[in-house]
Design a protein around this ligand. Structure first.
Ligand SMILES: Nc1ncnc2c1ncn2[C@@H]1O[C@H](COP(=O)(O)OP(=O)(O)O)[C@@H](O)[C@H]1O
Ligand SMILES: [Mg+2]
Length: 333
């Protein structure tokens, strides 16, 4: 019996034994907030285009359809199945939606705003590629990496807004992963705990995936924090453990869009390895800031992903948000 068959059999046994498998998507009812007017940032999205790799990216870079060895079952993936089958308490936090609005974020209690409208446009192709009809779906389309060439271009801003926007869809569920593990943003912006999270899942066998997830008061939005920092946190993003976890998340949650707030492509080589496992990549380009050369260079580092969506972010046009810190050398705790 193969490892996967073995894992499937074990799951079936658990089900027959009456064990409820963890379901982190049952968010509690969202908290109603007063619909007070809050200042919104300037327009976010000016343009977005989806390019199949075959048609060439901006740099003319061709993306190869090399199916990674990643599709082979691994002991780690099976371990993840085991972990998913375990019952475990799942954390919950109430996001401060009013505070998020002051940072310029989309929140479900104020569904109409300029930013909300813009992200409504942005999310459409992403949802279609991930969850659309069979002929619209792309391989691992529910794994969505939000990245950019350099720090400070709006990856986190985009990730959170995209996640909020997708969660506001009636039948879309979303898992937002704090994947810029050297510079996690969720704790300061969303108030999430640092750990356990992604890095813990990659380095420890004694915690369940469900232990690392954080439900929120935004229905259908679940978070995965970055986790306990290690000396070489970012390197773990390029590990086989990460590849196995991605495969597992993608297949265990096929009806959920998993959004990765990620490190910049030109700052770390690991981000490029991570990109190779993704079904879709959202490349944030900061208007009037990212140079054409940087965009082309960043695009040229992407391999193995057919869908690259360009998002022009008019960052820096407002004074919202103070959470961004400089992208320095990564250090250990
Ligand atoms: N469209 C936007 N409108 C207003 N402020 C923005 C916008 N995009 C980014 N920012 C601000 O710019 C700073 C850097 O953005 P951030 O998303 O943290 O960048 P990154 O994650 O790429 O390093 C933050 O303070 C954020 O609030
Ligand atoms: Mg960030």
């Amino acid at each position: 019996m193969s490892l996967i068959e073995d894992a499937a059999r074990r799951l079936e046994e658990l089900r027959r034994a009456g064990a409820a498998l963890p379901d982190d998507v049952q968010g509690s009812p969202r908290t109603a907030k007063p619909n007070g007017e809050t200042p919104l940032p300037e327009a976010l999205v000016a343009a977005m285009e989806s390019k199949r790799a075959e048609s060439g990216l901006l740099s003319g870079h061709a993306v190869h359809d090399r199916t990674p060895a990643a599709d082979r079952p691994s002991a780690r993936a099976v371990a993840a199945v085991d972990r998913l089958s375990a019952r475990a308490p799942i954390r919950h936090i109430d996001l401060n939606l009013e505070r998020l609005r002051t940072f310029g974020f989309v929140t479900p209690d104020v569904p109409t705003s300029q930013t909300a409208d813009e992200f409504r446009v942005v999310k459409r192709p992403i949802i279609r590629n991930a969850l659309g009809k069979a002929d619209e779906r792309v391989k691992h389309g529910n794994l969505v990496m939000v990245t950019s060439a350099l720090p400070g271009e709006g990856k986190t801003f985009t990730s959170i807004n995209l996640a909020m926007s997708v969660a506001m869809e009636y039948d879309s569920r979303v898992l937002l992963v704090d994947g810029d593990v050297a510079h996690p943003s969720m704790p300061s912006i969303l108030g999430t705990p640092h750990a356990p999270g992604l890095l813990d899942l990659l380095t420890r066998d004694d915690i369940d995936v469900a232990d690392a997830l954080v439900k929120t008061n935004v229905e259908r939005l679940t978070l995965l924090p970055a986790g306990s920092r290690q000396r070489r946190s970012t390197e773990l993003l390029a590990s086989e453990q990460m590849a196995a976890l991605l495969r597992e998340l993608s297949s265990r949650y096929p009806d959920r869009i998993i959004i990765f707030d990620s490190p910049p492509l030109l700052a770390t080589t690991e981000a490029r390895v991570l990109a190779a496992h993704m079904g879709q990549i959202v490349m944030v380009v900061a208007a009037n800031a990212t140079t054409q050369h940087a965009v082309q260079h960043a695009l040229s580092t992407i391999e193995n992903c057919d869908i690259v969506l360009m998002l022009l972010n008019k960052a820096g046009q407002t004074d919202v948000g103070t959470y961004y810190g400089s992208y320095g050398e990564e250090g250990a705790h």
